[in-house]
Design a protein around this ligand. Structure first.
Ligand code: ADP
Length: 180
């Protein structure tokens, strides 16, 4: 699914965040230590190779809502933006911290003149954020930020399961139907 808002293309698709060949920057649902882990962080670090952990070491630890940028090493991209999502029920307020992830990632992308960026559904795996409210925060934040973007022209959400994709589509249409 693809929809253009204020000249920025927003795509929702099913896939693997570590194999987005046509995208300049992928976002990692990182852990505070910026180490290899499970889920997205596992896929990204495996794809990037050990050079990524090495580059990450002096940048860690990061706080919930924070985003940092590195090279993409052996991934087919130029940069990785690492975001630490909130752990649901622990890092509060969860929705504000999750919103900060998306906003800070887009701001970094603008600073680096990045034209295309792919996000996973941050915090919805090991960190336990329920999918529907997480999708609402993610999509609402991105749609709100679109008007400030100059270099970013494509924002892709890469969802791991069909169920996750369908939920994001439903939430996207509810938001866009209301205000755009
Ligand atoms: P967090 O610790 O922020 O919750 P996870 O990596 O555990 O991050 O999960 C975030 C979301 O990403 C979950 O919905 C999970 O199903 C999904 N996911 C896991 N692996 C991948 C992948 N390779 N590509 C895209 N999404 C993935």
């Amino acid at each position: 699914m693809e929809h253009t808002i204020k000249g920025v293309s927003i795509e929702l698709m099913r896939g693997d965040i570590a194999s987005q060949e046509d995208i300049s920057t992928v976002v990692n649902a990182a852990n505070a230590e910026l180490r290899i882990g499970g889920g997205v962080a596992g896929a990204i670090h495996r794809g990037a190779g050990p050079g990524l952990e090495e580059e990450c070491r002096p940048l860690a630890p990061i706080r919930p809502g924070e985003a940092v940028i590195t090279g993409a090493h052996n991934l087919p991209n130029k940069y990785v933006i690492h975001c630490l999502g909130p752990v649901y029920g622990v890092d509060k307020p969860e929705d504000k911290l999750l919103e900060n992830c998306y906003r800070n990632a887009l701001q970094l992308a603008e600073e680096y003149g990045i034209d295309s960026i792919a996000f996973p559904a941050i915090s919805t795996g090991a960190f336990g954020f329920p999918l529907e409210p997480a999708a609402e925060v993610a999509l609402h934040t991105v749609i709100t930020e679109v008007k400030k973007l100059k270099s970013v022209k494509l924002i892709r959400f890469v969802l791991f399961s069909e169920k996750d994709l369908e939920m994001h589509k439903k939430v996207f249409h509810a938001i866009v139907g209301k205000s755009h």
